[in-house]
Write a protein that binds this ligand. Structure first.
Ligand SMILES: Nc1ncnc2c1ncn2[C@@H]1O[C@H](COP(=O)(O)OP(=O)(O)OP(=O)(O)O)[C@@H](O)[C@H]1O
Ligand SMILES: [Mg+2]
Length: 269
């Protein structure tokens, strides 16, 4: 039996339908000349950034460089004072609120895992299934074959298939982080923003997280913010260095690490 109740959509913005992100002639995320000020302080300063469809991008930079603010702008939490932010060619993110942006396929992994401790791994993923959110609740309806397959697929991807019936509350810190990534994956996001994913992880968990993020590229576009340079090196494709709210330089890990301006920013006071 399917129990339905209407939950009104909070967002007044028009929602792009799935698959409508047009990346044929350009990047999946396009930020141009974006500035954000907090009480006169420029957290982002004429920042331009382009993320390609399916790429894994690392974003580094010293404390206060504006990395988290950049994610806040992309997800609609913070409105820039000036600039353009587009999802694909045609979707203007500045015209959408946070729920609409998430619905359109841009999701964010925060540092602290927020899985449901009293539910199993499987149930957490089931709750996160991409369903019509106006239909409530998913747990009372029977999963169809496709949904079961998707949960199985995600459990394998995040390395928790063997712990399907384990309560999330007794997972290790790293496993909880992977479960949360899995919950985001259930929504089949086009873009995933991941802020400092390995904080508090064991060495083994860090390695496994690197493998996981690498396995997601191609199917998803991923932007990873991380301070741990060894970790960044292990997953790095193109690396963007942020400094004082702007892009300082971009390139391979070797290119940016040997760039005198980057060395100056990290070592110079
Ligand atoms: N809501 C806010 N109000 C005032 N200032 C803010 C706010 N959010 C960020 N800032 C300031 O903007 C600057 C950029 O902050 P942000 O958090 O984006 O940096 P970050 O690169 O993520 O740093 P970290 O590596 O420490 O996480 C900082 O100087 C910060 O103090
Ligand atoms: Mg930050």
């Amino acid at each position: 039996m399917m129990i339905t109740a209407n939950i009104t959509q909070e967002s007044g913005a028009s929602l792009p339908l799935d698959g409508e992100v047009d990346t044929r002639h350009g990047p999946i995320l396009y930020l141009e000349d974006v500035s954000v000020s907090f009480d006169g302080f420029r957290a982002l300063n004429h920042l331009s950034l382009y993320i390609d469809d399916g790429e894994l991008r690392c974003l580094i930079g010293p404390n206060g460089a504006g990395k988290t603010t950049l994610m806040d702008v992309i997800t609609g939490k913070t409105r820039p004072d000036t600039g353009e932010v587009f999802f694909g060619q045609t979707i203007d993110l500045l015209k959408m609120d946070e729920p609409a942006i998430a619905q359109a396929g841009i999701c964010r992994k925060f540092q602290k895992p927020s899985v449901f401790d009293a539910l199993t791994v499987f149930e957490n993923l089931e709750l996160a299934l991409k369903t019509d959110k106006r239909t409530w609740p998913t747990l009372f309806s029977k999963l169809n074959g496709e949904q079961c397959e998707r949960i199985q697929e995600v459990m394998l991807l995040i390395g928790l298939a063997g712990l399907k019936n384990q309560l999330a509350g007794i997972l290790s810190h790293g496993q909880k982080q992977w479960l949360e990534i899995g919950m985001l994956l259930m929504q089949e996001p086009k873009v995933m923003l991941v802020d400092e994913p390995i904080a508090g992880m064991t060495h083994q968990e860090v390695e496994r997280t690197a493998e996981l993020l690498l396995s997601l590229q191609g199917r998803h576009s991923i932007v990873v913010v991380e301070h741990d340079m060894e970790f960044v090196r292990s997953i790095a494709r193109k690396v963007t260095v942020l400094h004082e709210g702007s892009v300082l330089t971009e390139g391979s890990m070797d290119e940016v690490q040997n760039d005198p301006r980057v060395i100056q920013v990290y070592l110079g006071g």
